[in-house]
Design a protein around this ligand. Structure first.
Ligand SMILES: O=P(O)(O)OC[C@@H](O)[C@@H](O)c1c[nH]c2ccccc12
Length: 259
């Protein structure tokens, strides 16, 4: 079984436990459920375009940073111009949890992306209830029909959708209601990173689609290359998180943008 299949299999178990512990009603009654959400479509254009990620570990890299405080990092990301913050909520494979979003929600004013493997309606109510503004839909673990249904549900809840694709075939998961399309530079099945592959795929998107280059952006040159090819957004995690102080690393990185 490839890693993505393993994660999804584990996620199904996790969801059934969650459902047995929490009712949909209780999610709808939570403090953050009834609120206005922030739009990543807007901040992507208004700010640096960088969606900075908080990630403790990953299947491809092992432990990246298990010391940093989520609130401290999130505040710096916001202060130095991040368009949004991506927070991993998968615990087994990425070391994340819901608390990370709950802790930062009232402290920052930019969109929060709940980064997880979304395969069940229940998770979208959860995302809203913990304070997320945007959710990730990974084409590789969903059918085009599921993408369509989950997009409608997300919009009913006031959440925006970032659809992640990696191959040309996955373009058939796109529909006109999708808010943003992320092209993963990293193949989730073998972890290979290929920036040119993403550029080629981006050129096949309908004109005017907001595009986000995801993963494996490891230098300012990588960033500039993708920006010059027309990407609107850049999802970066490890490059910042591998430092003792990810917020400071973010500040240094964006100082290049102004020069
Ligand atoms: O740490 P990186 O290489 O900068 O990548 C960030 C982000 O793109 C990556 O974490 C990611 C992209 N798509 C995902 C899907 C699930 C989990 C994680 C991801």
């Amino acid at each position: 079984m490839n890693i993505l299949d393993q994660i999804v299999a584990r996620k199904k178990e996790e969801i059934s436990v969650s459902k047995s512990q929490k009712s949909l009603e209780s999610l709808k009654n939570s403090v953050f459920f009834d609120r206005r959400t922030f739009s990543l479509k807007e901040t992507l254009i208004q700010k640096s375009g960088i969606i900075a990620e908080f990630k403790r570990k990953s299947p491809s890299k092992g432990i990246i940073n298990d010391q940093s405080d989520v609130l401290e990092v999130a505040k710096s990301y916001e202060k130095f111009g991040a368009s949004g913050i991506s927070v991993l909520t998968d615990s087994d494979f990425f070391g994340g949890n819901f608390e990370d979003i709950l802790k930062i929600k009232n402290e920052i004013q930019i969109p929060i992306l709940r980064k997880d493997f979304m395969i069940d309606e229940f998770q979208f109510y959860e995302a809203k209830s913990i304070g997320a503004d945007v959710v990730l839909l990974i084409a590789a673990c969903l059918s085009p029909m599921q993408v369509k249904e989950f997009t409608e549900l997300s919009h009913d809840l006031g959440l925006e959708v970032l659809l992640e694709i990696h191959t040309e075939e996955e373009l058939n998961h796109f529909n006109k209601n999708i808010d943003l399309v992320g092209i993963n530079n990293r193949n989730l099945k073998d972890f290979k990173v290929d920036l040119q592959h993403s550029v080629d795929l981006k050129n096949l998107l309908p004109a005017g689609t907001l595009s986000v280059a995801e993963s494996g952006i490891y230098s300012f040159e990588d960033f500039k290359f993708l920006k010059n090819k027309g990407f609107d957004g850049f999802l970066m995690g490890e490059y910042f998180m591998k430092n003792e102080n990810p917020g400071e690393a973010f500040e240094t990185f964006v100082s290049n943008l102004i020069m």
